[in-house]
Design a protein around this ligand. Structure first.
Ligand code: ADP
Length: 312
């Protein structure tokens, strides 16, 4: 099975408002609450495409129970480490014709004994895992190299890790002796890693960027480019994955859906071309739905056939 890690899950609350009024009351009727945190989006997409998975991370309090109930309702297997502090909520207000204002709680602070407990818990789960995805930022209280420790533990059991995070956490993972199998930076994250501007329309320059020594030892680098698809390095091969023009309903979570596609393709031992086609398809299908981390499996084959992979 694929083990998906969401260390800081969240109840994602969406408030659609015609107009957001400041310093007064806003009333909202159509509230939507979903199990969120990037790793849970990944989990949902993997589940919808009929692959075995277990979702793990820290979970706490009544909000944590609500979240677990949602996963049970959806039939998503889970094995979280319970902690005392409440799981967070994240609020997104969709207003004024396409604007999105978010209020994101930092979430619980993980105590050192819980940090250790989770590493032991993760170790046990690794015995049943073929592949691991780690998504998102870390909760407070964990050291910067916590993902790095997890990647080393996975490596000790010959389990590969796909890592989708950013900033200092990603940097730390790239500097460690044991690397993730795959990272999935977007343009902004790539620029942050290289400490210089990146032009996502110039594939020759992107190719040079991905040859930077900071990426040595990382098998796959998938730079997602929104409507332009993705630019990819796999060992010493480079690809541009091109996607058709589609009707976008809600692009939030498309990067997570892409990671889900990459995980399934790699897990199934597919060719590079089919791994990337799967990932582009899951990304696209997510953008075509209102719900975040949601794909319609009935559309999979049609869109898969429309993705083209060019060697670069
Ligand atoms: P992130 O959410 O990590 O920034 P992207 O926005 O690059 O990721 O989207 C990830 C993938 O989702 C893309 O590679 C593509 O397959 C799909 N996607 C995202 N936005 C669009 C769009 N506007 N049109 C078509 N596909 C899209």
């Amino acid at each position: 099975m694929i083990l998906t890690v969401t260390l800081n899950p969240s109840i994602d609350v969406s408030y659609p408002l015609d107009h957001l009024k400041i310093d007064t009351v806003n009333r909202v009727k159509n509230v939507r609450k979903t199990a969120g945190g990037k790793g849970l989006n990944v989990s949902r997409v993997i589940h919808m495409l009929n692959h075995d998975l277990t979702a793990t991370g820290f979970i706490g309090g009544y909000f944590g129970k609500w979240l677990e109930n949602q996963l049970d309702r959806d039939g998503i297997a889970r094995d979280f480490l319970p902690i005392d502090a409440e799981t967070r909520s994240s609020i997104a207000m969709l207003h004024d014709g396409g604007k999105q204002t978010e209020i994101l709680e930092a979430g619980p602070t993980i105590a050192p004994e819980d940090a250790q407990k989770f590493l032991d818990h993760f170790d046990k789960l690794l015995d049943q895992a073929d592949l691991v995805t780690i998504s998102g930022s870390m909760p407070q209280g964990l050291p910067e190299d916590y993902y790095t420790q997890m990647i080393a533990n996975a490596d000790a059991k010959s389990v590969k890790v796909l890592l989708d995070t950013s900033g200092a956490t990603l940097k730390s993972a790239l500097e460690a002796p044991v690397k993730p199998l795959l990272i999935k930076p977007n343009e902004e994250e790539l620029a942050g890693l290289l400490n210089r501007k990146v032009d996502k329309t110039d594939y020759a320059a992107l190719k040079q960027d991905l040859m930077d020594p900071i990426f040595d030892g990382v098998d796959w680098i998938v730079v997602s480019l929104g409507s332009a698809g993705a630019f990819v390095k796999h060992q010493n091969k480079f690809y541009h994955a091109a996607i058709p023009k589609i009707q976008v309903v809600n692009p939030v979570g498309s990067g997570d859906s892409t990671l889900a596609g990459l995980a399934m393709g790699i897990h199934d031992g597919k060719s590079d071309e089919d791994i990337l086609k799967t990932a582009m398809t899951t990304g696209m299908l997510n953008t075509m739905e209102a719900e975040t981390g949601f794909v319609n499996p009935a559309k999979f084959d049609t869109y898969f056939a429309k993705v083209t992979i060019e060697n670069y």
